[in-house]
Design a protein around this ligand. Structure first.
Ligand code: GLV
Ligand code: MN
Ligand code: MN
Length: 393
């Protein structure tokens, strides 16, 4: 089924896909999803936060909900998100073919802006649904072009005033299950095509803004410079050095934007985004150490520094009972912890939630090389079908 969307949102410059919430490609994918859902006899609705729900049966409490997201990171792979949505549609088709009607409402959901690739906050749709982000703060998020989330939502046909917690939509979810391509090498090492999720690591994003003095690259002696690129570079090195001292920590600078950004211009500001993830409760301590190193480097160059947290999520353990139930149902498949974030982890504090992972033969993800073998994709969809049938009883 992913072949049907292989041409949507190709990124010719970066390779892979760039599909961001409410942009042309993501809207085309929403149309693809609605068409598929209609062919399966599902009724589709978009909630106040831009999440799309396709219902089999009357929407209401106790529903079994599955799904994932259709947006990508910049230059991302074909599977992260769309595999969960396509597998959900495949599973519904398989259940229809098995005959009978689920005893509970069943829905396939597509969450908005899971990657935070446009507005910076990951899992924005599920955070809004559950009230994990303040609605006004979300409305005021800006994309790199300066467009606010409220403006983008309005252009997509939503009412920005209604963005925010949606207890009615949340209250309908009895159980949530998200299928996702694995984003590491866990299933290769375990020798299994499918696993049940156990935990999701704590993760957050911080924006560091270094301010110096924009100036002429040729006419300004080195001794007269306040170049924010220097503390930014020192901070990138400190991130790796300090994270290496914390067991199992991951810390990344994947985006750094000098302004104005000219080859012959000393930057006036540099924005740098830190993605930090430490199992348990250690993320803030690592970020504090990185911040101290950044402040010292900024002071050495006569630059100012501001640090702002853009998102933060605690470690999540999925529902014990549901994990055991699904593991048993699937013949004792292994459990797997992940360093990737997911909408299922945002929902988990509110409703029993679970994840199924499908093996990734290279472990590469958030890159065009991300892959899952067709046979494993089929096994994943078959596992999801069995899980949904079981939960709908
Ligand atoms: C999403 O895939 C994330 O973990 O950043
Ligand atoms: Mn992702
Ligand atoms: Mn994902």
């Amino acid at each position: 089924m992913l072949a049907e969307i292989a041409d949507i949102g190709c990124d010719r410059r970066r390779g892979g896909y760039s599909r961001h919430v409410f942009d042309g490609a993501e809207r085309e994918l929403r149309g693809w999803f609605a068409d598929h859902a209609a062919r399966l006899g599902l009724d589709t609705e978009t909630d106040r936060n831009g999440n799309v729900w396709a219902w089999w049966g009357t929407p209401g409490p106790g529903a079994v909900v599955t799904g994932s997201h259709l947006d990508s990171v910049p230059g991302g792979g074909a599977f992260d998100g769309p595999l969960g949505v396509a597998s959900a549609l495949t599973a519904v088709g398989a259940l229809r073919a098995r005959g009978g009607t689920p005893a509970r409402p069943l829905a396939v959901v597509v969450f908005a802006e899971e990657e935070g690739g446009r507005f910076g906050v990951p899992c924005l749709g599920s955070r809004l649904l559950t009230g994990a982000i303040d609605a006004e703060a979300a409305r005021n998020l800006r994309d790199p072009e300066g467009v606010t989330f409220a403006e983008a939502a309005r252009a997509a046909g939503l009412d920005p005033a209604r963005i925010g917690p949606d207890p009615e939509a949340l209250g309908r979810i009895g159980t949530f299950v998200e299928l996702h391509v694995e984003q590491g090498r866990g299933l290769i090492d375990l020798g299994s095509p499918v696993a049940v999720g156990s935990t999701v690591i704590a993760h957050g994003r911080w924006r560091f803004t270094f301010t110096g003095q924009g100036n002429h690259a040729g006419a300004t002696p080195l001794s007269d410079r306040r170049d924010p690129m220097l503390p930014a570079a020192a901070t990138v090195a400190a991130v790796r050095r300090l994270a290496a001292g914390v067991p199992d920590a991951r810390a990344t600078v994947g985006r750094l934007v000098p302004s104005p950004g000219g080859t012959n211009v000393i930057a006036s500001t540099v924005d740098l985004w830190l993605d930090a993830r430490v199992p348990g409760g250690g993320t803030q301590a690592l970020v504090d150490d990185i911040t101290a190193a950044a402040r010292a480097a900024a002071a050495d160059e006569g630059c100012a520094l501001t640090v702002r947290q853009e998102s933060c999520s605690d470690t999540v353990a999925f529902d014990d009972r549901l994990r055991a139930e699904l593991g048993g149902l699937l013949g004792g498949v292994p459990e797997l912890a992940t360093g990737a974030g997911h909408d299922a982890a945002i929902l988990a504090p509110h409703v029993p939630s679970a994840m199924l992972y499908v093996r990734n033969p290279t472990g590469v993800s958030h890159a065009p090389e991300e892959h899952a073998e067709p046979a494993d994709v089929e096994r994943g969809a078959a596992a999801l079908t069995d899980v949904l049938e079981h939960l709908c009883r």
